[in-house]
Design a binder for this molecule. Structure first.
Ligand SMILES: Cc1cc2nc3c(=O)[nH]c(=O)nc-3n(C[C@H](O)[C@H](O)[C@H](O)COP(=O)(O)OP(=O)(O)OC[C@H]3O[C@@H](n4cnc5c(N)ncnc54)[C@H](O)[C@@H]3O)c2cc1C
Length: 507
């Protein structure tokens, strides 16, 4: 079949790799001048920074992305670095202890900070263990076949029934059922500020899943009842290594990747995709079109509402997106190790996650005061900065549209304000900066060609229905962070693989 893939982010690259693997004639069209979407690494004056994902879940050989790299035979093309991160709040910092203190050291530390919550912490960690076991079996199930799959299904069923009572509960409900202290709740819900989702909207079952203890201490043993825990890795020398590994596979298997190639229309005849139209060029016919990218752009601009069923259009219209980010990349001429002991740390300036998300959604930008993260990739990959120097990224969530002014006119001012906040952690960042790259929501918008930039795609809100891989248009498949795959590197790659295997079965 002649297959056209729209977009060269990890979703598009995964789809193309699996279609090439089956011997199909595959072409990727990417509107930007470089491949990779948000998984790209940028370079300037000898420094390199990732513009998207940092510490990745899923890359270990027992995890879904690791298994896919092995399946495609490209796992040797990248080096991964097992790591963890810090988390700092206004009143306390959570860094792994120098000497390993066992897999529940965070629970014990929280008991010291909040003695009245001791019983709730014991109950929370029992809940955490229960969900981790369920997840570990489920992860194996995705790849299991035959008798093994039946055995795992039998094993998961009682655990699933036990966890069912939590299904309708939000993260806020779950936290209220364990704790009274707002600061303790904020520790477990802080990451929701990153997703720009309110605790009252986020599924309660997602709380342990977004607070896996190995993210905070890489020494925690991964073997648990039911399987293995997820673990976290950096890609050595930046995420572009992952992108290059996929792109290399596609080219070796006869696929083509075209950059500077904007698809402005998906051609449809009798509810069937028949090809695409490139900007300023003729139509290109195809048997299958696989589109990644924003849902609004794909379905409303490239296709058109009139060609889609009404209920599908309504659903896409009502999707809630995350907000965007302001990212400041700098190259510094000094060693920041005395101020931040690991490559990555999240700094929170507030405990009020629900209200902070509400403010962000209404365009009220906190200018770095409510939190940011500092990532220093040259800690784990010294090649990402000149000798003796470091590459530093400071970023925070930010409204796509500011209520006061606009990103173009306030770019420098707001980047400077963010660095002033970061200097409370690492003094001298601005003076020591030898080079700088600022990325506002508008820069991200043009980099990945979306209607509204939202940093992880759709907000993970309970009962929100992301558009399915198999669209109402015959021969048109939809993949990527805004599709049913969900956002995140491992989610996008594993979801796309699943979608493409289904597509191959259908044809
Ligand atoms: C700042 C940031 C931090 C993140 N942190 C993490 C993290 O720590 N862990 C994690 O797992 N995930 C993280 N993510 C999310 C993760 O990176 C994404 O969910 C995932 O990479 C999305 O892949 P994708 O292929 O769906 O989309 P993209 O990477 O956006 O790729 C889509 C591509 O399609 C192209 N395109 C779109 N429309 C067209 C068109 N009409 N014609 C031609 N080309 C087109 C775009 O130019 C783009 O290159 C982060 C994302 C960001 C932005």
């Amino acid at each position: 079949m002649k297959v056209i893939v729209i977009g060269s982010g990890l979703a598009g690259l995964t789809a193309a790799a699996y279609m090439c693997r089956e011997g199909h004639d595959v072409s990727i069209y990417e509107q930007f001048s470089e491949i990779g979407g948000v998984t790209a690494t940028i370079h300037k004056n000898g420094y390199s920074w990732d513009i998207g994902p940092l510490l990745l879940e899923g890359l270990a050989p027992h995890e879904r992305l690791g298994k896919i790299l092995t399946e495609l035979g490209i796992s040797e093309k990248i080096n991964i670095i097992h790591e963890d991160r810090g988390q700092v709040f206004p009143d306390f910092a959570i860094w792994r202890p120098k000497e390993y203190e066992g897999k529940y050291w965070r629970r014990d530390y929280f008991k010291q900070l909040f003695p009245s919550e001791s019983e709730g912490l014991d109950r929370y960690y029992r809940y955490y263990d229960q969900i981790m076991t369920l997840m570990a079996i489920n992860n194996q199930l995705e790849w299991a076949k035959g008798l093994n799959a039946i055995w795992l299904k039998l094993k998961i069923l009682p655990k699933f029934i036990k966890a069912k009572k939590y299904m309708d509960k939000s993260a806020a409900d779950i936290m209220d059922s364990f704790f009274d202290e707002p600061k303790l709740k904020a520790i477990f819900m802080g990451i929701l500020a990153d997703f720009v989702v309110k605790p009252s909207e986020f599924p309660g079952l997602g709380v342990p899943v977004s607070n896996i203890e190995t993210a905070f201490d890489k020494r925690i043993p991964i073997k648990i009842k039911g399987g293995k825990l997820p673990v976290y890795h950096y890609v050595q020398n930046g995420c572009e290594q992952l992108v290059n590994a996929f792109a290399g596979y596609i080219r070796e298997h006869g696929g083509e990747i075209h950059v500077n190639s904007l698809i402005e229309e998906i051609l449809i005849e009798n509810y069937k995709a028949i090809g695409v139209k490139l900007k300023n060029e003729n139509a290109i016919p195809a048997d299958i079109v696989i589109a990644s990218g924003g849902a609004h752009k794909t379905f409303f601009s490239l296709i058109g509402k009139e060609k889609l069923p009404l209920d599908f259009v309504r659903n896409v219209e009502n999707l809630v997106h995350m907000e965007s980010v302001l990212m400041v990349h700098i190259g510094i001429d000094f060693d920041p190790t005395p101020y931040q002991r690991a490559a990555l740390c999240y700094y929170y300036g507030t405990y009020g996650i629900e209200e902070a998300v509400e403010r962000c959604r209404s365009g009220d930008y906190h200018e770095g005061k409510e939190g940011f993260l500092i990532y220093i990739p040259s800690f784990h990959s010294p090649e990402m900065a000149p000798p003796g120097h470091h590459a530093v990224t400071v970023y925070t969530i930010a409204p796509y549209k500011l209520s006061k002014g606009d990103w173009n006119s306030r770019k420098e001012e707001l980047a400077d304000k963010l660095l002033i906040e970061a200097e409370k952690v690492i003094p001298g960042l601005r003076e020591g900066a030898k080079t700088e790259v600022i990325m506002t929501p508008l820069d991200f918008k043009s980099r990945i060609f979306v209607e509204k930039h939202s940093f992880g795609g759709l907000a993970p809100i309970m009962n929100q229905q992301s558009p399915p891989h198999q669209t109402p248009i015959e021969n048109l498949w939809y993949i990527g962070a805004q599709s049913e795959s969900g956002g995140g590197v491992a989610g996008v790659v594993a979801g796309t693989r699943k979608g493409v295997l289904r597509l191959l079965k259908e044809y």
